[in-house]
Ligand binder design. Sequence first.
Ligand code: DGL
Length: 272
Amino acid sequence: VASNKAPIGIFDSGIGGLTVVKAVMDALPGEDIIYFGDTARVPYGIKSMETVREYGLQITTFLLRKKVKMILIACNTVSAAAEPQIVERAQPVPVLGVVKAGSRAACDVLQPTDKVGVIGTLATVNSGTYEAAIQDINPKMRVFSKACPLLVPLAEEGWTDNEVARKTLEIYLADIKANNLNGLILGCTHYPLFKEPIREVLGNPDIKIIDSAESIAASAKAILVEKNMLNPKEKGNFECYVSDKPQRFQQLAERFLGNTIPRIELVSLEHL
Ligand code: DGL
């Protein structure tokens, strides 16, 4: 059994998962975190399920070697494509994915017969995993999904609140708006950066916006409390590993984490 002082492993296809790191740091400030971002192979959202699954399992093995006490799949695409396989590989280390966490949070805040929207990458939406996870909890809930592939590059460019972002959101969210939804799940690591413009474009303050990054941080906290595995430290350490270090890394990291990262270690793909 892992010690409560062991780190939490969090991974993503790239640096978008730093939105999850940020949510976990807020919810669990005493935890040590090891993050892996597969920057050499990002984006995952346009790749096949098989490829995404293989990459997810490689990263899981890397984090297990770091002796983590829990694994959080920050990437919605990996969570949609490979959560059962990763859970099995990691046993007995608990694994949480953003898809189940976001679906659970949506069912908690909405009524069982409500209508909910899910936005994510092409791979996430085509997998149907969010629908399945939501209807597993609430079979009567209606789910409308929409892939919004342009939002990832816009977020990385820092264009989250200008006219291009707004127009793109208006086009992507038109069907969602027309369907009079009660809630919308932000099913991609990059989408929390668009929370405010999304709210404005939807134009209805009654629509509940579910941030899958916050949802997974809350679930992780609940599990650590239940298992008596919280780290008693005041302030946790943050270790960051990537498979490639793009020139704009620090700038992007700041955008997603709200902070610069003092040290980033490069891991070559052969070591995964
Ligand atoms: N991290 C991915 C996700 O949450 C978005 C970026 C990518 O396509 O790899 O689905």
